[in-house]
Design a protein around this ligand. Sequence first.
Ligand code: PMP
Ligand code: GLN
Length: 386
Amino acid sequence: MPPPFLPARSKLPDVGTTIFTVMSQLAAEHGAINLSQGFPDFPAPAGLLDRVTHHLQAGHNQYAPMSGLPALRAQIARKTLALYGRAVDPDTEVTVTSGATEALFCAIEAVVQAGDEVLCLDPAYDSYDPAIRLAGGRPVHVPLRQPDFAVDWDRVRAAITPRTRLLILNSPHNPTGAVLSAKDMAALTDMVRGSRLLLLGDEVYEHIIFDSRRHESLLRHPELADRSLVVSSFGKTYHATGWKIGYCVAPAALTREFRRVHQFVQFCVVTPMQWALADFLESDPGHYLELPAFYQAKRDRFCELLAPSRFRFTPSAGTYFQLLDYGAITDEADVAYARRLTIEAGVACIPVSVFCAEPLATPLLRFCFAKDVATLERAAEILCRI
Ligand code: PMP
Ligand code: GLN
């Protein structure tokens, strides 16, 4: 019998350790090349790191304001206007968070009431579902269309009930690399018009988008932006995933609710990094404009190296992930095969089924190509021998 002071029931009984931790640990234990958890193996921009050192030494080491440093919120507002044409008030519509993870969690806790339904499009990033359930909501998983992982708007529409409160959209999409188009935004606008549906945009890969596609931020579309909480992450943009700094842009009424939660989840975000990001956004606004070309070269190199392999793939449209279909190699389940690849071949990846409520039509693994070319070459050489 467990001691009586332990909880009788878990609040998340079917949740284990996240796949990112599991696969990164396995990669470390077996000395495998880690293309599983998404993070770069190259440094953040030197100019940004210099600003961190400066602000640490300048004594910017106490609590920042709860909603974020004003200078950083101002830069986020400036960027939102420059990129998406949306004028947002940095004081009432922008909140700096401890990564996108915290922003997503706070957004969901802020707007989902007990019994509300929340639509997630599968494969769905793994933090959405538990956050919805902790808020007392019910996640409703709608599969993306296969094999291109486009949104099937008829299916989404069919899943809406009078209890549906929120739709979570992620573009560019992790893990598939799919990207929403202008046509999708038109279908979405049509679908939500006149409804009480709110939108949560997970746009952490907003700058990692290829082949001249345009990122269709919810913030570009006034009718959508008026009912949206939009989340991004400096971790992705500045090759600094370990900093865990992100933000949420939302109309004042939604931001008010968002901050009610944020102030008790995190209160405020690490101060010297916020100063450094504010400086760098001001001095180097071009950095993120170069990211599409920077990552597209890595995607192209990785795909070129894998062309002779037995894996099948369509080059990713965005994010720093490439899906590989291994159906021609084995009929093993993806979780088992990802483990075996890590342990026996020495390349770690992420099995895609863990992000899905229903089985996938094809067996898929996700590989992160945010790596130096030498790392990609070593990994591809192994994958081509399989
Ligand atoms: N959403 C998606 C789709 C992600 O891929 C990630 C992290 N890779 C996050 C949210 C979380 O971002 P952060 O590390 O800034 O918390
Ligand atoms: N978002 C990253 C990925 O998709 C991992 C984040 C995490 O480890 N929680 O790989």
